[in-house]
Design a protein around this ligand. Structure first.
Ligand SMILES: Nc1ncnc2c1ncn2[C@@H]1O[C@H](COP(=O)(O)OP(=O)(O)OP(=O)(O)O)[C@@H](O)[C@H]1O
Ligand SMILES: [Mg+2]
Length: 420
């Protein structure tokens, strides 16, 4: 069998894509869901069936109330203790490694439909830091992802930072030489690269000298969902209400877990149900607090977070939004404003600004010298995020096409450079 094709996989916290290239094939994105080049990074295991479904099919099955287990934000599990602990699917304990390998394999097969031959070489994208200030956790996460790619059938597996890949994808359209800062604000992480692009540099095979610095933090759209969920949605489920003769606040950990995509399934535990039932007998706002139990019993955590995410995205376009949650008894309509949302994410956004400044200092350059900003990742659409980050650079032009697929395409450019 010949090996004429090399691929790149952007396994994202929220969305994934795959692109391939060959000696006689310029890098192209592969249709992964109908004609679309990106697919939500979701899996649904229907009870009683061995093969899972992926992407929007998985979301639809879960929303329609099919019996089974829904998973999202699996990338956030890499490098954490959950990785070895596993999760329960169809009554059996399953390793996350195997679940993730099924998703990566799904992407591989989509590429092979187009290439019409097996693809063994892959450049996997990775955030600059999977975890903050935890070098061992970070190394573990990459090693786990490598193992997963091998399990999916790849034989030659290398890694590239996601923002560098985004830079390569944009480079094709750049005239003249630029000093660029890539700003990639995704679902799970924010990643930055300062890199020289364009002109004659495009044809160089070794780009090491052009990459001046990389930085990143484990903050992304998932955290903004969490911020909005805690501030606007959880009070209607009894967060911060009290119980018992001593007026103690109700436990908060269940609310925080349910506000985090990767921890929702864990929040459904029997232990949590027991605690909540106990507290409910003495709750002062039982109307509200009983909705927490209802949410857990009905396993509607992902649906709640889905509504939070919808509200968040609506606030990119509008100053206000109202969300109607019909799956919980007597749930009031949740009204959110952009102003409050901005306040709720402010600390996280400040941390991303700090990470950009760190990137500049590592690169030993000044913000004034950057003449191009490459804006990518879904969360870079948030007006407050965009403004906070872009205003660091007074003289830069902004390029922001294909925010959801540029990393995948850029990884295929890199794949060609490294393997061909
Ligand atoms: N218009 C929008 N306004 C605000 N947020 C948005 C918008 N569109 C998408 N998002 C958010 O962007 C995130 C997904 O972005 P993206 O697909 O770039 O992430 P990812 O590549 O999967 O994650 P990562 O790179 O961090 O692993 C989600 O949190 C989503 O809610
Ligand atoms: Mg991404």
């Amino acid at each position: 069998m010949s090996h004429n094709f090399y691929c790149g996989i952007d396994f994202g916290t929220s969305n994934s894509s795959v692109a391939f290239a060959g000696l006689r094939q310029k890098p192209v994105l592969v249709p992964v869901e109908g004609q679309k080049n990106t697919i939500p990074s979701t899996i649904f295991y229907e009870t009683g069936k061995s093969a899972p479904v992926f992407g929007n099919e998985a979301i639809t099955a879960y929303i329609n109330g099919e019996q089974g287990r829904f998973m999202r934000s699996l990338k956030r599990v890499l490098g954490t203790d959950l990785m070895s602990a596993g999760t329960v699917v169809n009554g059996k304990s399953v390793k996350f490694e195997n679940i993730l390998a099924q998703f990566i394999k799904h992407l591989k097969v989509k590429a092979e439909v187009i290439s019409e031959e097996e693809i063994k070489h892959v450049v996997m994208g990775r955030p600059v830091h999977f975890r903050d200030n935890d070098e061992n956790g970070d190394k573990a996460a990459e090693a786990e992802l490598k193992q997963i790619a091998a399990k999916a059938g790849f034989e030659n597996i290398v890694f590239q930072y996601e923002p560098i890949a985004a830079a390569y994808a944009h480079e094709a359209g750049i005239r003249g030489e630029k000093l660029a800062c890539v700003i990639d604000i995704g679902g799970g992480t924010s990643d930055f690269t300062i890199i020289r692009l364009g002109g004659k540099l495009k044809t160089k095979t070794d780009r090491k000298d052009d990459i001046l610095a990389n930085s990143g933090v484990r903050i992304g759209g998932n955290d903004f969902d969490k911020n909005l969920c805690i501030s606007d949605f959880m009070p209607a489920l009894g967060m911060k209400t009290t119980y018992g003769g001593k007026n103690l606040p109700v436990p908060s950990s269940q609310f925080f877990d349910l506000a985090e995509w990767s921890k929702v399934n864990g929040a459904y535990s029997f232990q949590n149900q027991r605690i909540i039932r106990q507290v409910l007998t003495e709750a002062h706002d039982a109307d509200k607090y009983s909705r927490l139990l209802e949410l857990i019993e009905k396993e509607k955590g992902h649906e709640l977070l889905g509504q939070v995410e919808t509200a968040k995205i609506a606030l990119t376009e509008n100053e206000e939004n109202t969300q109607i949650l019909e799956f919980l008894q007597g749930m009031p309509h949740i009204k959110s404003t952009r102003r409050n949302f901005n306040l709720s994410i402010k600390d996280n956004v400040n941390k991303t600004v700090q990470a950009v400044k760190e990137c500049l200092s590592q690169a030993q350059t000044k913000a004034e010298n950057i003449n191009l900003i490459i804006l990518t990742g879904g969360s870079s659409e948030i007006p407050f995020v965009q403004k906070s980050l872009c205003s660091i650079f007074p003289h830069a032009e902004i390029s922001g096409e294909n925010k959801l697929s540029s990393v995948g395409l850029g990884l295929a450019y890199d794949s060609l450079r490294r393997f061909a």
